[in-house]
Design a protein around this ligand. Structure first.
Ligand SMILES: Nc1nc2c(ncn2[C@@H]2O[C@H](COP(=O)(O)OP(=O)(O)OP(=O)(O)O)[C@@H](O)[C@H]2O)c(=O)[nH]1
Ligand SMILES: [Zn+2]
Length: 210
């Protein structure tokens, strides 16, 4: 794309898009797939879809990291791993606008303060409710915890099903993508990663608990 075209696109992005324009675009899409947007069952559809997309993409209206600033220092002395498993999320693939549905697993090793566990789940939602690829989602979650809480280490693993692979294209129903990102001690210490994996499988008690 040449510079003037790129600039024109940026200017378009800059102005406020109206709800009416979005609904018109959805009517165009309905015609494109062979539908009549003015038949009774579809009359309200553009409005519903516009509202639904605001919900799918609610993460753009916030800085997901904000939830991590409310911390507790009562846990001073707790220096072990904190693991929150199976945080379900729904996101949307930036290539096809198709759902990505899965679970995130997070661990961190606090230094001096801990965060309420619901905030970890809110953090996941804040980044998931944007157009994503799974690798970036995984990276953003782990980096945010690292930046705000400044713990000894952070680990984030995501397993998810991509509807762009399940319902279209290659149509591989049941395939799941696993991604991971490690920060601090988790990236340098193989033993810590092993312990995290063990806790995810629930096969063993935490190291030192015997
Ligand atoms: N790495 C990665 N790839 C993704 C993710 N979500 C979707 N994709 C892939 O993005 C690729 C886009 O490929 P393209 O060839 O540009 O698009 P396409 O013609 O629709 O590809 P097909 O899905 O193979 O039909 C596909 O291979 C998708 O499977 C993701 O989160 N991470
Ligand atoms: Zn996709």
């Amino acid at each position: 794309m040449d510079t003037s075209a790129a600039k024109a696109n940026l200017e378009k992005l800059d102005r406020q898009v109206t709800r009416e324009e979005v609904e018109d675009a959805i009517r165009t899409l309905l015609i494109w797939v062979g539908e009549d947007p003015y038949r009774e069952g579809l009359l309200e559809t553009p409005k519903r879809v516009a509202k639904a997309f605001k919900e799918y993409c609610a993460g753009y209206a916030m800085d997901p990291r904000d939830v991590l600033y409310r911390t507790f220092e009562d846990a001073v002395g707790y220096e072990d791993m904190v693991v929150l498993r199976h945080i379900p999320f729904e996101s949307m693939c930036e290539h096809h606008l198709a759902p990505i549905v899965g679970n995130a697993h997070i661990a961190y090793i606090p230094v001096g303060r801990v965060v309420g566990i619901s905030k970890l789940a809110r953090l996941v939602d804040g980044y998931a409710r944007r157009l994503q690829i799974q690798e970036r989602l995984t990276f953003e979650i782990a980096q945010a915890i690292g930046e705000v809480l400044k713990p000894k280490g952070v680990a984030c693993i995501i397993e998810a099903e991509h509807f762009c692979m399940k319902c279209r294209g290659v149509r591989k129903n049941g395939s799941r993508l696993t991604t991971s990102h490690f920060v601090g001690a988790f990236s340098s210490d193989h033993g810590l990663r092993q312990e995290f994996y063990q806790r995810l499988r629930c096969e063993a008690l935490p190291t030192g608990a015997y």
